[in-house]
Every structure is written in C-alpha cells, then in structure tokens.
Design a protein around this ligand. Structure first.
Ligand SMILES: NC(=O)c1ccc[n+]([C@@H]2O[C@H](COP(=O)([O-])OP(=O)(O)OC[C@H]3O[C@@H](n4cnc5c(N)ncnc54)[C@H](O)[C@@H]3O)[C@@H](O)[C@H]2O)c1
Length: 350
C-alpha cells in the first residue's frame, strides 16, 4: 500500500492500494476512532456495488452507521441533493463528533465534502474514491462544491477530508467510458507537471498513474491550499471545460470537457502570443489516441458567457493557465475583453 501525507492545515493521509475496502473500518478507526456515527453517502450505482462491504467493515469496528443514496450522475450535484443530505443528518441527530463517508466518484465526493464543510459549520469526512477521476484528482485537496443553475461548482468550500482510501480494485467495475473520463485529469497532471507520466497513461499503468497524480496534486495543494495562486495551474482546460459541461446540460462528462478544453486553451495561448509553443497538436494526438472526442459544438460567445463564471476571475481580469511545454505551465492574467478573443482564437483550428 502506498501512503501520502498531505500537509495541509489539517494534515491527512491518502492510502492507495488494493483489496482494502473490506478493511475500511480498521483504517478509519486510526484517525476517527469509534464509537461515533458514520453516515455513508453514495450514488445509486456505487451503492449496489460497494456499500455493503463498507458498511459491514464499519459496523465490525464499532461504528453506528447509516446510509444515504442519491441518483447517480452530475445532475444530482445540486442544491436539492445537498439539502436532502443536510436534513437527513439533522433528522438522525448527527453531531460534530460524527462523520460522513463519501463512497463514489467525483460527484459523490464533491457533494459530501460540501455537506461536511457546512453541516454544523463543519464535521469530519472520509473520501473513498471509486472512479479514476476521483482517485487522480477530486478526492484529494479538499475542493468541495455543488452546481448552481448559473454554472458549475459555484457553491463550495475548501474543506479537507480526514482520510482518503483509494482501493484500486473498485475500478474494475468501471464502464470503459468512465475509465477514459478520469484519464483527462491525469493527462492534465502530465501537462502541468510531469511529461513522463504520459507514457504510463498510454501503457495503462493505472496504479502508478494514480500515485503520481496524487503526489503532483499534493505539491500544488501544500503550496497553495486555498487556491489563490499556484494551485490554479491545476485548472488547465477547465475555463473552457466547465462551460462545455454546462452548455451540454452535463451530457458531456467532466473528463471529456476538460480534454477538449485543454486543446482549445493551448491553441489560444499560442495564438495570443502567451507561449512560444503550440501544444494543441500534440495534445490532440495524445487525447484522440486515448479515445477522447475533442470536437466543440458551441459558439465562442456561448462559451464566453459561462467562462465569466470561472473562479479564476478577479474583477475585470481572469487568470488563465498557459502551457509552455508538456510538463510545465504558468499563470497569466488577461482582461475579460481578451478572454473573449482567447476563446475565439482557441476554437479556430486554422
Ligand atoms: N473537487 C475537485 O477537485 C474535482 C476535481 C475533478 C473533478 N471534480 C468533479 O468530479 C465530478 C466527476 O467525477 P466522476 O467522473 O467520478 O463522475 P461521477 O461521480 O458521476 O461517476 C461517474 C459514473 O461512474 C459510476 N461509478 C462510480 N464508481 C464506479 C465503479 N467503481 N464502478 C462502476 N460505476 C461507478 C457513477 O455511479 C457514475 O455513474 C465532476 O462533478 C467534477 O466537477 C472535482
């Protein structure tokens, strides 16, 4: 089992290995000792696959358990599901010494993290990622959120988990398209920090890929836990990507949207003279070979509308992520007028 310590305000461990979901009770007991109540929150797909194993292990280790299940999919990452969770916790008399367990992909993790951040002004939670997306990215770093009508991840908090348990055996049941989806954030990690990671992604060496992505994320999160500076580099591809997700009413999944977003942003950065290298061709080749569809079917103006909801906007300026080479990016501030042009030129492959 590989172990990382995240040295954030509240430090915590990320454990990556195999066949330890059944030992979750034992592992959680080390940082959140029983007796206490634990509410396992999961989605309708993951519930049927893994909830029973987890609940049995928690009960065996002295926890009083309950479970909340919501319909799978990005559409559930909203105020209604969030409020249902909060009311259920209050109904069950959860106190500040109790905790939540997020069992699932990024949707479950983001929602449960936000519920944990805000219930009684903050209670503990554990992340158990069951998708590559969650394992390589969302379960680590404490960004929690829900979507609002106006856009993606608009309500949220930075609230670190007490533990992340990544049992790679759970990825065996992922349908092929969901496996692919998580790889977009892994490619992003390669572009922002480590070109050699691409070879491992291509080779399907997923346990290594998860470990390397977690160690890359660890370095950014520890340098800038609140996401006011360096950590924003991890948002490469997301200014465009979040807009594509919202414009498609979330029929384009997060990974596909980020993949297309990276190509557009790389091309835009070059055409605007913000980098000397045009990485859009190399990225298109890498992502297409992995199986991503990169065609963008929305107008620059529509994407600009949602890009105005980006959290990297400050007043009349937005910070964009500029790739210099595969393995190195930097941040650059542009005006919102230039953002419109950035999107226009990025969408045009000519
Ligand atoms: N907080 C962050 O830092 C961060 C980073 C990246 C992405 N995200 C968020 O993560 C979300 C996307 O995450 P996702 O791609 O994991 O989506 P998801 O949570 O919707 O999971 C994808 C699908 O896979 C199913 N599933 C999950 N685990 C499974 C398993 N082991 N076997 C079979 N099916 C399984 C789910 O039920 C769902 O249908 C987006 O909302 C995105 O904004 C957050």
């Amino acid at each position: 089992m590989k172990k990382f310590l995240l040295s954030t305000g509240n430090p915590y461990e990320v454990l990556i290995g195999k066949d330890f979901l059944k030992d979750s009770g034992f592992l959680i007991n080390k940082c959140l000792p029983s007796p206490r109540k634990l509410c396992v929150i999961t989605d309708s797909n993951v519930n049927t696959l893994y909830a029973q194993t987890l609940l049995t292990s928690l009960k065996d280790h002295g926890y009083e358990t309950s479970k909340i299940v919501f319909p799978a999919g990005e559409h559930s990452k909203n105020l209604t599901t969030y409020l249902n969770i909060m009311e259920a916790l209050a109904d069950e008399g959860f106190t500040r010494s109790d905790a939540l367990v997020a069992l699932g992909g990024g949707v479950v993790g983001d929602l449960v993290g936000f519920a944990a951040a805000t219930y009684l002004r903050g209670i503990a939670y554990v992340q158990i990622p069951t998708t590559y997306m969650a394992a390589v990215d969302s379960a680590v770093g404490g960004k929690t959120s829900i979507n609002l009508q106006n856009g993606k991840n608009l309500a949220g908090a930075i609230w670190q988990p007490s533990l992340v348990l990544c049992d790679c055996d759970t990825f065996e049941t992922l349908p092929p398209e969901k496996r692919l989806d998580g790889l977009a954030e892994a490619v992003k990690s390669a572009v922002v920090s480590d070109a050699s990671l691409l070879e491992h992604i291509k080779a399907g060496d997923y346990e290594y890929v998860i470990e390397r992505c977690v160690s890359i994320k660890k370095s950014f999160v520890e340098a800038d836990e609140r996401d006011y500076g360096l950590r924003q580099i991890l948002g490469f591809g997301h200014t465009i990507g979040h807009g594509l997700e919202k414009l498609s009413s979330y029929t384009i999944p997060h990974g596909q949207a980020v993949a297309a977003g990276m190509v557009v942003e790389a091309r835009a950065a070059y055409k605007m003279g913000l980098t000397q290298t045009d990485l859009s061709g190399a990225l298109t080749e890498i992502l297409t070979n992995l199986g991503f569809h990169l065609h963008v079917n929305y107008s620059a103006e529509d994407i600009y509308h949602y890009a105005l909801m980006d959290k990297k906007i400050n007043g009349d300026y937005i910070t964009v992520v500029i790739p210099d080479t595969i393995g190195k990016c930097h941040l650059h501030k542009i005006s919102l007028t230039d953002l419109r042009r950035f999107i226009q030129v990025g969408l045009n492959p000519a």
